[in-house]
Design a protein around this ligand. Structure first.
Ligand code: FE2
Length: 272
């Protein structure tokens, strides 16, 4: 099933936000992406066990599974490509690697995993504008700030993000998919563990990223459309493939109470 937000599969936010700036932001963002180094993300959703059973094959080659099965020579190469090889154990053992795990992957490790083992990284453009160490801290502003690169290359985007109806922001990242890649279906939280819906806004300046929610009971997609939206990220979600590059920016934080109240009033009002 899809748990949704306020009784809806997702919340379309276009009418609540001033999106006039998005066209200019698209120009700034595309130019910025040509100028700066970016990371990959995704690539281990199956081994993280955050995919629905019916869609696990969509993950193709998963780096969590690959690292766990590496022979000593391959692991030595993998370790040598880390930011700080000495910080990795001598053998993988019970260590965990990659997003939200003990040892983050370096860009060199990602490229090697892709080239040597065919690992599929769904998001080949990933830029953290406010770096976060763990998922749990994403809504907190404590000790964080926009990066120097973000200030330098995305000043208008930062100004727009700061204008969004948050009390504070704890995370802001850009996620892009290369032509023909799909975003593997996964969920960011477990509904039973986290009944409340985390606050975030995703904006897609061109409105061309085909995000969908996935109902694992009905085995059905439910499209999320528009240039700005909020959804329950404990619902399974994925991105359909398209033959061109697409991106969106997700901003996490805590909504202003007046904004949240407006949404709640509008979305839970009985039909006239
Ligand atoms: Fe997600």
């Amino acid at each position: 099933m899809i748990h949704g937000v306020f009784g809806r599969p997702y919340v379309a936010l276009e009418k609540y936000l001033d999106l006039e700036a998005l066209e200019a932001l698209d120009d700034e963002i595309c130019l910025g992406l040509a100028e700066i180094p970016v990371d990959y993300t995704g690539g281990s959703h199956r081994s993280m066990q955050i995919m629905p059973a019916s869609r696990t094959e969509d993950a193709h080659v998963d780096y969590g599974e690959i690292i766990a099965a590496m022979d000593p020579a391959a692991y030595a190469t993998f370790r040598s490509l880390a930011h700080e090889p000495a910080s990795l154990p001598d053998d993988p053992g019970a260590a965990t690697f990659g997003e939200e795990r003990e040892h983050a992957l370096s860009r060199r490790q990602m490229l090697w995993l892709e080239a040597r083992f065919g690992v599929y990284f769904p998001w080949k453009v990933y830029l953290e504008m406010i770096p976060n160490r763990t998922w749990e801290e994403k809504s907190s502003p404590d000790g964080k700030s926009f990066t120097r690169l973000a200030h330098t290359f995305f000043p208008r985007t930062l100004a727009f993000v700061k204008s969004l109806p948050f009390l504070h922001i704890g995370r802001c990242n850009l996620m892009g998919l290369a032509s023909n890649d799909h975003g593997t279906v996964h969920r960011d939280g477990v509904p039973a563990d986290k009944p409340e819906v985390d606050h975030f806004i995703t904006f897609c300046p061109r409105g061309d990223k085909r995000l969908y929610l996935w109902d694992e009971e009905k085995l059905q997609k439910s499209p999320v459309t528009g240039r700005a939206y909020w959804f329950n990220d404990s619902d399974y979600h994925g991105v359909d493939a398209d033959p061109f590059f697409r991106y969106s920016i997700r901003v996490d934080g805590v909504f202003r109470p007046d904004f949240l109240a407006t949404l709640q009033t509008d979305l839970t009002a009985p039909a006239p």
